[in-house]
Design a protein around this ligand. Sequence first.
Ligand code: UDX
Length: 453
Amino acid sequence: MKVCIVGTGYVGLTTGTCLAWLGHEVTCIDADQSKVNMLKAGKCPIYEPYLEQMLQDMLPRMRFAVESPEAISEADVVFIAVGTPPHPKGGPDLSYLREAAETVGRHLDSHFTVVVNKSTVPIGSGNWVGALVRESYRGNGSRSQDHFAVASNPEFLREGAAIFDTLYPDRVVLGSDDSRAIGMLYALYRPVLEQTFVPPPNVPRPEHLGAVPVITTDLASAELIKYAANAFLALKISYINEIGHLAEKAGADISQVAKGIGLDARIGTRFLQPGIGWGGSCFGKDTAALISTAGEYGVPMQIVAAAREVNCHQRERVIEKLLGELKILKGRTIGLLGLAFKPNTDDLREAPALSIVQNLLDRDCKVKAHDPAAMRRFRAEYAGVPLALCENPEEVVRDSDAVVLVTDWQEYRDLPWSELAGTMRKPVLLDGRNFLSRSQMEAAGFTYLSFGA
Ligand code: UDX
């Protein structure tokens, strides 16, 4: 099928490249000429494992342009995947979405096209996008009948595992009030739903993966599924962090508690990893949006609000724990291992590291940090923050009064910890992700602090 993707951010580019892999003909449109030039040259503007390789393999089947009226008019499916960044006044900034919807409407022709909204938008926006497309579609001629339908097809991809999640999803959600649109999206995703495509070499199909379940529903339900799923994952993390706090006080071991809870199949073991809490572009934004939309209907989202509060508090607990051990923070040197909100990404949006750095600087600490992928982005986006970026983890640890492991990058597991302990002013290690082994760290000479034990 012919697919046009408007917006080549995380979601747009991954979706486009994966759809090309499935055999579709894909044109990606992005207003940023430098991004388009990079993509044409097979260079990936975002950090995502294996995406650049896949993009290069797919170049013959993909086109990139700043604008392409014919790609929109010829497309069977147009995805709108532009950014909806937080607006300074609160809520998402929908100006890119408005612009994209109007552009799509202007160029649609009279063959039937499904316009899929992939941007994360407040519940009910599908209708709004439909209205914008319709207005602009009808505005430029005497077209009185719609030859398009709007659909919602929320994505659940995790950064760092974006290709895997797109090709091997737990489920596919297709929401539209138009049955033709559902039929076309079903056809588009058939190779994923039936798992008939040849897997990319670096992202093999998990063993025993059968057909992927598909939920076909109306627009509003599809939009709500996305928010409700993300909020549930977020509150699962906050729940284990709250239980972890109690475990610390009661002398219990949260890793055992989490396992004991998670092995109940009704609960599940995933997203029960305690620590400094969630970050990233989705959980914070989506929980806030859910609360705000529910507020418009007079529905209080108390559980979701509590999950946000607990998450905020986890970052403050880093300071509490350091204070508990060092007694005085003023004038101390604190080293951070990791800046990104999670491993395998350079994304710093809502990263816990940002508030931890600020909190330590406010307390007159000297702060040093290392991250295997996110330092370049930190330099570019937070140039004014007086954080000393180090070339390697050894430099972070040397002469520090305490080290906080903020991001659970695999390479931090295998550091020569025994040697490192000897280079510190005080061998205090706060493991913000409960990632390292207490017994090994204590044997290496550290005072080991973690969350929930
Ligand atoms: C998330 C959802 O998983 C995805 O389905 C959605 O579409 C987008 O938001 P992502 O933000 O990429 O994906 O990251 P995810 O892997 O979910 O982790 C989010 C944050 O939670 C990270 O900061 C991670 O470190 C933290 N986390 C995750 C925990 O603290 N404990 C856990 O058990 C799991």
